[in-house]
Write a protein that binds this ligand. Structure first.
Ligand code: 13P
Ligand code: SF4
Length: 310
């Protein structure tokens, strides 16, 4: 790649030339968020993917997100800057094992968190995201038996919030599982007025201490609307870029993990770079393909989610 290229300008040119839209998740690196046409949480991103009139969707996020965009817009070209940008949570639920698990619970409705493969969505009745999981469970009759997967932490949170008994798949996200309650408690004593913001993929011991629990969009809105000046953020660090941009006078502190790494980066989300974004738009590759039979089955539970959340 020519090092003298101004990647911001080149990407803007390619967007126009190819009628391409760049959708980015809040966990992407700051430069990618700044060049995106739309930044959002998983729900917002799927809503955008369903309604865009662009010819090409460039998904700056991870594989399952780009797959969801392809399922919702099968006639569009969907690109992902790095095909290896996977997800530990999606990996924690292999479809063939989930199918066997599901067979053990007949008469159960299957709700899957959007952080899973297209094949898993094809085995589901309704998809949800962290911003509508509670609403989706509550939209079902009380006596409805439910399997929830793949995230056990989000599942336990939803069960607690709704008072429903959910059968949980034992999956988790590598980034949200490692926050240290002990270190957060210490940090809170140094910043007694700081509010703890946590994503529901965190373990219950962290959620119990949180002042606010929500999706990335929810956490961002809360930080903007709150009168507090300091926030401890228990989710992937990328969201802090928008928090800081929207609230330049407030302080955002990453919640400390159990290990000695100070960053809370998702290695999958951070595989995408501005350079890879430019190259994938230029070469129209790597492209996401989902088999038509999977698309036909997976689109129904996603559309059901979009209808309930409209
Ligand atoms: P949301 O942005 O929907 O809260 O999702 C978080 C996440 O882990 C995506 O990988
Ligand atoms: Fe998957 Fe967790 Fe990374 Fe989100 S933050 S993409 S859930 S590994």
């Amino acid at each position: 790649i020519d090092v003298t290229l101004n990647l911001f300008e080149e990407i803007e040119k390619l967007k126009k030339e190819k009628n391409a839209v760049v959708l980015a998740h809040y966990y992407q690196e700051p430069d990618i968020q700044d060049i995106a046409d739309y930044i959002g949480d998983s729900l917002g991103l799927s809503q955008q993917a369903a309604k865009t009139d662009a010819d090409i969707i460039v998904f700056a996020g991870v594989h399952f997100m780009a797959e969801t965009a392809k399922i919702l817009s099968p006639n569009k070209k969907v690109l992902l800057p790095d095909l290896k940008a996977g997800c530990s949570l999606a990996d924690s639920c292999p479809p063939h094992l989930f199918k066997k698990f599901k067979e053990q619970y007949p008469n159960h409705l299957v709700i899957t968190y959007v952080n899973c493969t297209a094949e898993l969505k094809a085995l589901s009745d309704i998809v949800c995201t962290s911003s509508n999981a509670v609403q989706i469970v509550e939209s079902l009759p009380k006596e409805q038996k439910i399997i929830f997967g793949p995230d056990k932490n989000l599942g336990a949170y939803v069960a607690k919030k709704t008072g429903r008994d959910l059968v949980l798949w034992n999956g988790a996200c590598m980034v949200h599982e490692i926050f240290s309650r002990e270190k957060i408690t210490k940090l809170k004593s140094r910043y007694p007025d700081a509010k703890l913001l946590a994503h529901p993929e965190c373990e219950d011991v962290i959620l119990e201490m949180a002042d606010y629990i929500g999706s990335t969009t929810g956490l961002l809105k809360y930080s903007t609307n709150s009168t507090a000046k300091e926030f401890i953020v228990a989710t992937e660090s990328g969201i802090m870029h928008q928090m800081q941009k929207d609230n330049p006078l407030k302080t955002f502190i990453p919640a400390p993990p159990n290990n000695n790494c100070a960053c809370n980066d998702c290695p999958h989300m951070k595989r995408n770079t501005l350079e890879k974004l430019y190259l994938c738009m230029k070469n129209e590759s790597p492209e996401i393909f989902v088999p038509m039979d999977i698309i036909e089955r997976a689109v129904k539970p996603i559309e059901r989610m979009l209808e309930i959340s409209a």
